[in-house]
Design a binder for this molecule. Structure first.
Ligand code: HEC
Ligand code: HEC
Ligand code: HEC
Ligand code: HEC
Ligand code: HEC
Ligand code: HEC
Length: 422
């Protein structure tokens, strides 16, 4: 009798430690991954899908929340799962329709209009978008997801972690119950051995339980603080309202004005620069009305530069317009535009996203250290015919001998701390 209780006791206490450990691991790892992926998914969604889709409401296309479950319910077909067909759909909706996947054929008749093709979108990015739409909850979030979003100084917080918190709470409660059961069994064992029962101590007063609670609290608080400290300076998705409703989609998109017409120093120096209002006046002495705001917003420009429309003269000294800065690296990081735009031949859009489609600019990339370093590890420098790299004789030789087949930014020192940190 005593023996079986003893071994059962060991089993329960083992189980409770496993549960505790599980709760700990779960709480520290998957939060970060989830939130980061969801945030990336949101950015991708805004850039590619929000013109037609809202996660929570039907728009030009259907509401997308729960879409993964809908396709999974569509079932496997021709050796591909519903989820795999869904990814195919997003890339090119014709693929599942032509294969006559029943769910796809049905949904393709949802609207008279058709979805765009996203053949260059990577599978992992599609996964992130799907993760985001399935996790979007609040009405606030739905409102900002539409492209007509107006103000929105700060991106709303995701509340999809609630379920995770509840799950962890459940695990902790379970562990507590198990600890109490173990204690009870302890007593039975003691009694069966004929030992005097110790004074009754409720389980929540036991040292074991207190230590467990302390540990869990410490890990959770520590994780929360560290995570927020790291993100403190970051603001991916940041989209402030500007003093003049200058519109990139209209200027750089519709009217195809070159980025560097305004951001002239991007190819010359460290900063890309925001154009002076004189640059605007090159055109706006003549262009006095816009398609969306009429004369209202352009009047603000005239007011700022002191331009009098009636006499076509500058009548007052100019006052600066206080554009709200969106991209901002911490002071300890060195970043140089011309190095990337001229020597590296990296397109503005690789780092800033589809600016030519943004009515209001938002921060597309995380601007984290991992983001910089990952690109440096993956991106090949364009050695051929680029004077900038003539000093790297050894690498040129190795390329010629074919001992190496490509040179990444990492190879020329792009991951050395001192290159990016003062
Ligand atoms: C030009 C508008 C447009 C854009 C942009 C667009 N979609 Fe769609 N989407 C549609 C329409 C319309 C449908 C409904 C199918 C139909 O009628 O052809 C649809 C259907 C879908 C479906 C199937 C919905 C369901 O209930 O099963 C998914 C999934 C989807 N879109 C995902 C995306 C994703 C992800 C993006 C961004 C990468 C995107 N769409 C961008 C218009 C668009
Ligand atoms: C006609 C002038 C003009 C053109 C052309 C133009 N921009 Fe801008 N850009 C501005 C002004 C003004 C601002 C500041 C207001 C704002 O953020 O919308 C700005 C802001 C930005 C910002 C955000 C800066 C910050 O605060 O972090 C980025 C990034 C940017 N532009 C990139 C581009 C890219 C890429 C292109 C080409 C596709 C482009 N711009 C074309 C005038 C222009
Ligand atoms: C190369 C010429 C050019 C430059 C430079 C230029 N714009 Fe424009 N702007 C246009 C054109 C063209 C329109 C649209 C007129 C139309 O479509 O009716 C426009 C429209 C606008 C509108 C009205 C938008 C609307 O939807 O009603 C505003 C505001 C504006 N520009 C602000 C600026 C500011 C601020 C700058 C300087 C940072 C600037 N523009 C620089 C050509 C230019
Ligand atoms: C390799 C990534 C990368 C590329 C390519 C890139 N940018 Fe940037 N851009 C950044 C980063 C990072 C910042 C923030 C810089 C800071 O805070 O010091 C930034 C900031 C800006 C700003 C804000 C003002 C300033 O000068 O810092 C503008 C405007 C801008 N970029 C425009 C452009 C344009 C236009 C191009 C293309 C000609 C371009 N960028 C190409 C990464 C990039
Ligand atoms: C989209 C890819 C990409 C991203 C993102 C990127 N870089 Fe780069 N970077 C390059 C390329 C390509 C070069 C090579 C050009 C050259 O030789 O200077 C380069 C070169 C550099 C160099 C010079 C390295 C050397 O050894 O000469 C520095 C410093 C640098 N990047 C800093 C940064 C910082 C800081 C960030 C993040 C804020 C960043 N980069 C983000 C592509 C990228
Ligand atoms: C390619 C550019 C690049 C290189 C190389 C690089 N860093 Fe960073 N580092 C950054 C950027 C960008 C940030 C700002 C990240 C942010 O604001 O989230 C940063 C931030 C940091 C921070 C502050 C903590 C944080 O996450 O904000 C520390 C510490 C740091 N780097 C150390 C290093 C060390 C040590 C090395 C060498 C092993 C190194 N960095 C190499 C770009 C770089």
């Amino acid at each position: 009798m005593a023996h079986t209780i003893q071994s059962r006791k060991t089993a329960t206490s083992l189980l409770s430690s496993v549960l505790l450990a599980f709760a700990l691991i779960f709480s520290s790892s998957s939060f970060a991954v989830d939130a980061a992926l969801v945030a990336e998914g949101k950015t991708l969604f805004k850039a590619n899908c929000a013109s037609c889709h809202n996660p929570l409401q039907n728009a030009t296309g259907p509401a997308l929340k729960g879409v993964t479950a809908r396709w999974e319910a569509g079932g496997a077909y021709q050796g591909k799962s519903g989820k795999e067909w869904l990814v195919e759909w997003v890339k090119n909706w014709n693929t599942p329709v032509n294969a006559k996947y029943p769910y796809a054929v049905e949904i393709s008749n949802w609207a008279p209009s058709q979805m765009n093709l996203f053949t260059t979108l990577k599978n992992e990015d599609i996964e992130k978008i799907l993760l985001y739409v399935d996790n979007s909850e609040s009405a606030k979030l739905a409102a900002t997801a539409t492209t007509t979003a107006t103000a929105g100084a700060e991106a709303p917080k995701e509340d999809s972690n609630i379920i995770l918190y509840l799950f962890i709470l459940l695990l902790v409660v379970l562990a507590a119950i198990l600890v109490s059961v173990t204690n009870k069994l302890d007593k039975v064992v003691d009694e069966s051995k004929g030992l005097a029962s110790e004074a009754k101590v409720p389980f929540w007063k036991t040292v074991k339980f207190k230590v467990a609670v302390l540990l869990i609290t410490l890990v959770c608080v520590g994780f929360y603080l560290a995570d927020n400290a790291i993100r403190l300076g970051r603001q991916q998705g940041y989209q402030p309202t500007q003093p003049i409703r200058y519109n990139h989609a209209l200027h750089a998109g519709t009217h195809k004005i070159d980025c560097q017409y305004c951001h002239t120093s991007a190819s010359k120096g460290k900063a890309a620069g925001i154009p002076s209002l004189n640059t605007c006046m090159n055109c706006h002495k003549n262009v006095q009305k816009g398609p969306e705001y009429g004369t209202e917003e352009i009047a603000k420009l005239y007011d700022a530069v002191g331009w009098d429309l009636a006499t076509q003269k500058y009548v007052r000294p100019a006052k600066p317009v206080e554009w709200v800065r969106i991209h901002n690296l911490p002071d300890h990081v060195y970043f140089n535009h011309s190095q990337h735009v001229v020597a590296g031949k990296v397109a503005c859009q690789t780092c800033h996203g589809p600016i030519q489609e943004m009515k209001e600019v938002y921060q597309f990339a995380p601007l984290s250290m991992g983001w910089c370093v990952n690109c440096h590890r993956q991106t090949e420098v364009q050695f051929a015919g680029n004077n900038y790299y003539s000093t790297y004789e050894k690498l040129h030789e190795q390329l010629k001998n074919k001992t190496i087949d490509k040179v990444t930014v990492e190879k020329i020192g792009g991951t050395e701390c001192a290159k990016c940190h003062y």
